[in-house]
Design a protein around this ligand. Structure first.
Ligand SMILES: Nc1ncnc2c1ncn2[C@@H]1O[C@H](COP(=O)(O)OP(=O)(O)OP(=O)(O)O)[C@@H](O)[C@H]1O
Length: 577
């Protein structure tokens, strides 16, 4: 319950407690209605049936109050369910937008998807569909035992002795679910992640003729999920059925005792019938307790999952963000590791002067992307500091950094909307004329002229597909519109056709003008033009200098270029003077 209330947030504690109180009152009233059946039946079958009227009145009154409160509870459930799911979606959404961009990896997206859908619905189930019948299962029989005690202490004592036994069986069922539920959940996460991966990897899989799912990671994950669910069922079902059996055994015992007392003359026959009615009415709700307990246990993973997400700490943000005018970049003794992994960068220091171009070069996995992620504040460094225009990125804050830095990546995400909408992502308040100008400067006009509705043509899902070079031009148009002083550019590794290549190069030249540029360089033309090249090797900067200086040194950069030259036809010559 604590985990559930924590997930909902403090403003829901009051309403949920009130709902819980109503549930308990309704269950107790149900017990009272059952209990009143005892005197009604007993008096009706006794020597003076006319004396039943006051009991019938009490039964009718209690039943009316019970029915009204039960109906109110059902009505409250509807609005409670809706308000819980709205509150949880707001909490999750409000939190996720504050998380560092580095948090959003592929696996995390699968997790987030499950948290926003099944975890929310599981959490909603608890007060709406699980707690009310569980309260009936526990409170109603307790009231019945109280009534038994009033009429026949031996029957009540027998019921009280059996109660711990039932409790143990209930706990046993819950423990069986608890032991296996975490495994089912983990297997579900793995399968959800693999489904996403399988969908994303379709081009690669098909290219290699891997059309089916047999022997794939997805297949393994689905089989594991199936096995985990079967294990849960095979462990939990016997425990749940066993509990139901035990409940019926206890009631059979009470029935035998009651009949035995009646035969011995210790219990009035009419009262016996009344007590039998009471006992019989309690079997059904109590019998469902184990199943509901298991459902409650399984639903707990919902709030647990939401709490785990809410516990991910956003990056600290300044109260009054710094707003430096400059756009030079300084990395000062920056070290960084992903989570508990090894250092990807160690004591990295470099300066990118305002309006200059720095190229990041290095083998795959050497840390180029990590450098630009740190610059864009996807993460904060583990130690050291990064300054933009002289102010620490942490003092500028995530929003301030994002305003200053425009990113042009090779895998451009296009929303399902028009090209204009997609460019306007760069600056949502931009006018149509500004968007059109950015499109022209990014070399998009020839593309738009070919499309049926020009810039209003829908792209992305359900719309026309753009080529890699065309998408990159949309990304450049976004950056031009954003007009940020610092540009981070990840050059396309995939070869573009010569025409596209020339247009993209011109558009990038347009973007780079008067701006500070940090480029993950894959093209010889770029490294030649860079004011500074930083050659990374997976720990830090192994070499730095201009293309000519580094070639003259004939070190690792020159080696790297030679291997590239062999692989791709880069020509290794110093810049013509
Ligand atoms: N999200 C992440 N979580 C954990 N480790 C990561 C993550 N991203 C990158 N790494 C690791 O950090 C190291 C540097 O990766 P990075 O992506 O910065 O290299 P890169 O030079 O950009 O590589 P490439 O040229 O292949 O894109 C690699 O060992 C990589 O496995």
């Amino acid at each position: 319950m604590t985990s559930f209330l924590r997930a909902l947030g403090p403003e829901h504690v009051g309403p949920i407690r009130a709902r819980l109180a109503l549930v308990l009152v309704v269950s107790a009233l149900q017990g009272a209605v059952f209990a009143l059946l005892v005197p009604v039946v007993a008096v009706l079958l006794g020597p003076d049936p006319a004396a039943v009227l006051p009991w019938v009145g009490a039964l009718a009154g209690t039943t009316t109050v019970y029915a009204v409160l039960r109906a109110l509870g059902l009505y409250a459930n509807f609005s409670l369910g809706g308000s819980i799911s709205r509150a949880l979606h707001r909490r999750i959404g409000g939190h996720v937008v504050r998380l560092p961009l580095g948090w959003f990896t592929g696996a995390r997206l699968g997790e987030l998807n499950r948290t926003a859908t099944s975890a929310v619905s599981q959490t909603m189930q608890v007060p709406v569909h699980i707690v009310p019948p569980l309260a009936d299962a526990v409170v109603t029989p307790l009231v019945a035992v109280g009534v038994l005690a009033f009429y026949d202490w031996r029957l009540a004592a027998a019921a009280a002795v059996c109660a711990p036994l039932l409790w143990l069986a209930f706990r046993h069922g819950n423990a069986a679910v608890e032991r296996n539920d975490a495994a089912v959940d983990a297997a579900g996460d793995e399968a959800a992640g693999r489904v996403l991966e399988y969908a994303r990897a379709q081009p690669v899989l098909r290219a290699f003729g891997r059309v089916g799912t047999e022997r794939s990671a997805l297949d393994t994950a689905l089989v594991a999920q199936h096995a985990a669910a079967r294990r849960l069922l095979t462990r939990a079902v016997p425990a749940i059925v066993g509990f139901g059996f035990l409940v019926r055994l206890v009631f059979a015992l009470l029935l035998v005792m009651a009949v035995y007392s009646a035969l011995g003359g210790d219990l009035d026959a009419a009262l016996l019938v009344g007590l039998l009615v009471l006992i019989a009415r309690c079997i059904q709700p109590l019998g469902a307790a184990a199943e509901l307990g298991a459902a409650l246990r399984m639903a707990r993973s919902g709030p647990d999952r939401i709490n785990a997400l809410l516990a991910v700490r956003p990056l600290p943000e300044p109260k009054t963000p710094a707003d430096p005018p400059g756009s030079d970049i300084v990395f000062q003794d920056v070290s960084f590791a992903y989570g508990d992994g090894p250092d990807v960068l160690r004591d990295v220091s470099f300066t990118v002067a305002e309006r200059s171009m720095t190229a990041l070069v290095g083998p795959s996995g050497s840390g180029k992307t990590t450098v630009v992620r740190l610059l864009a504040r996807f993460y904060d460094p583990t130690s050291g500091r990064i300054t933009l225009g002289g102010a620490d990125a942490r003092a500028i804050g995530s929003d301030g950094v994002s305003e200053r830095v425009a990113m042009v990546f090779q895998d451009v995400y296009l929303f399902d909307g028009s090209i204009t909408d997609n460019i306007r992502v760069g600056r949502p308040g931009a006018t149509d004329a500004e968007v059109a100008r950015a499109a022209t400067r990014a070399g998009l006009d020839p593309v738009l002229a070919e499309l049926p509705k020009g810039a209003d043509t829908r792209v992305g899902e359900g719309g026309v597909a753009l080529s890699g070079g065309q998408k990159q031009r949309v990304s450049i148009a976004r950056a031009l519109l954003k007009d940020a002083p610092i540009i981070v550019l990840d050059e396309a590794t995939a070869a573009l056709d010569p025409e596209n290549e020339a247009i993209v190069a011109t558009a990038i030249g347009e973007l780079a003008r008067d701006r500070t540029l940090l480029v993950i360089a894959h093209r010889l033309g770029t490294v030649r033009n860079a004011d500074q090249i930083l050659f990374l090797d997976g720990r830090g900067i192994a070499e730095r200098g201009t293309h000519d200086e580094l070639l003259a040194r004939d070190g690792r950069y020159a080696d790297f270029l030679r291997s590239r030259e062999r692989a791709r036809g880069w020509r290794l010559t110093a810049r013509p003077s």
